[in-house]
Design a protein around this ligand. Structure first.
Ligand code: NAD
Length: 439
């Protein structure tokens, strides 16, 4: 099977590498010359564990090639997958489909023989139909079918998620396309991954519904955490107790500084827009969005309170700025709200992140970059964990305290136990527990 993957970002590149691992021949196309240069040198332009190895192996076997020539790749393809970005449109919060439609216009002249065109990008319900009519008018002679195949992988564990998915979801109303999509995913089906065929609208909407539901779980546990702090409960105990109920499940019940990343904020926003447009508002999700926006701001206030009511003239050490660990992705990271608020209020902010510096540097002007957590702690009045990278879990808090000017630890990810913090002489402020001081 010949595959053309359009877009070599977090989804396109991982999917292209994984499809080539199945034995398919994949041409992954991208427009960005710098990205292509890195790819052709066998180096992933994004940080994703295991990706360099997977890419290199399949490039050497001749199954994975990178190109800027979308026409040549589309002409030979049985399946063209669109994995370009669908960011939040500025001003109105809709999904910006300009990259998707630009890619569709670029492939149109080159379609050759029956081709399945697949949206892997997250696109609002109705987009497959819109792509179909656009292509029909550009190429009334061409034979093609449009499928929706939303991607559910998570950055940081993307290869594992792709290779062992909870389900592969394919929206199609064309028998020939269904057969080809079944063949494409057969290597996963053989390993018992459920490959589920549904209507195109259902597939498109399911992706948004899934992300909105996960965002809801996060906002829910964040509000429960706030309540825990007021009533003397411990959110980890509450989350563990409710998570054992299989109707609820124990995933996504970790309180923190609010969700961020390349998907939840924009997908929640786009779902709200679609629902309003169809006069069927998802009011519960509108509230999730409000709670999350306020959450990030309240985290800066929390740090301010922990610093004694003001951060003016104080030094704050921030551990982790990416939206979650094991990625370099900074899109909509909570740190992008928290750090500037602290700076505006007069704080000096020292920052460390194992992989995020390159992307974060232009987004966080004025911070002092450090190479490790202990260096970040130097002269700090408050130490704050914003992203729970594994290397911070092992931080020697006694050594960190010795470098600090102050003695406050604000743990926005509940990485450390209060006892450990107290043993190091630190006052501990976690999420969903009361602030506690060393005896
Ligand atoms: P990304 O921004 O990392 O990558 C998009 C890539 O497409 C870029 O490299 C860009 O240069 C390239 N591109 C844009 N237009 C092109 C064109 N016409 N021809 C060739 N290349 C082109 O985006 P991403 O994070 O991989 O997300 C892609 C889609 O997948 C989005 O719709 C997103 O919502 C969805 N998604 C993302 C994730 C995730 O974890 N990042 C998970 C599931 C779904």
């Amino acid at each position: 099977m010949n595959i053309c993957m359009v877009g070599a970002g977090y989804v396109g590149l991982v999917s292209a590498a994984c499809f080539s691992e199945f034995g398919w021949t994949v041409t992954c196309v991208d427009k960005d010359p710098q990205r292509l240069a890195e790819l052709n040198a066998g180096k992933s332009p994004i940080y994703e564990p295991g990706l360099d190895d997977l890419m290199q192996r399949n490039m050497q076997a001749g199954r994975l090639v990178f190109s800027d020539n979308i026409g040549a790749a589309a002409k030979d393809a049985d399946v063209i997958l669109l994995a370009v970005g669908t960011p939040m449109r500025r001003g109105d919060g809709y999904a910006d489909l300009s990259y998707v439609y630009a890619a569709v216009d670029e492939i149109a002249p080159h379609l050759n023989g029956f081709t399945v065109i697949v949206t892997k990008s997250t696109v609002p319900v109705g987009t497959s139909r819109e792509i179909e009519s656009r292509l029909r008018s550009a190429r009334p002679d061409a034979e093609f079918a449009i499928c929706s195949n939303p991607e559910f992988l998570r950055e940081g564990s993307a290869i594992g998620d792709f290779m062992h998915p909870d389900r592969v979801l394919v929206g199609t109303d064309d028998d020939r396309a269904e057969e080809i999509m079944a063949r494409l995913y057969k290597p996963l089906a053989l390993r018992s991954a459920p490959v589920v065929f549904v209507g195109r609208e259902s597939a498109e909407l399911a992706k948004y519904a899934a992300n909105a539901f996960l965002a809801l779980k996060i906002s829910f546990i964040n509000e429960v955490a706030d309540l825990c702090e007021q009533v003397g409960a411990n959110v980890q105990e509450v989350a563990s107790a409710i998570g054992k109920d299989r109707r609820i499940g124990d995933k996504f019940l970790h309180p923190g500084p609010g969700y961020g990343g390349s998907c939840f904020p924009k997908d929640v926003s786009a779902l709200i827009r679609t629902a309003r447009e169809h006069k069927s508002p998802v009011s519960i999700i509108e509230q999730v969005q409000r709670v999350n926006d306020e959450r990030k701001i309240s985290m800066a206030h929390r740090i301010e309170a922990a610093a004694g009511g003001s951060v003016r003239g104080k030094t704050i050490a921030i551990l982790g700025v990416t939206f979650k660990p094991n990625t370099d992705d900074m899109r909509d990271a909570p740190s992008l709200v928290i750090v500037p608020m602290l700076q505006e209020r007069g704080a000096t902010v020292r920052v460390v992140d194992p992989q995020g510096r390159k992307q974060a540097d232009p987004l966080l002007p004025g911070v002092v970059w450090c190479d490790n957590a202990l260096e970040a702690a130097v002269g700090a009045d408050v130490l704050v964990t914003v992203t729970e990278w594994n290397e911070f879990r092992g931080l020697d808090l006694t050594a960190a305290k010795a470098k600090m000017r102050g003695d406050v630890l604000v743990d926005l990810r509940n990485v450390y136990s209060p006892e450990l913090a107290h043993a190091a002489g630190l006052t501990y402020s976690g999420i969903g527990t009361t602030v506690s001081v060393p005896r």
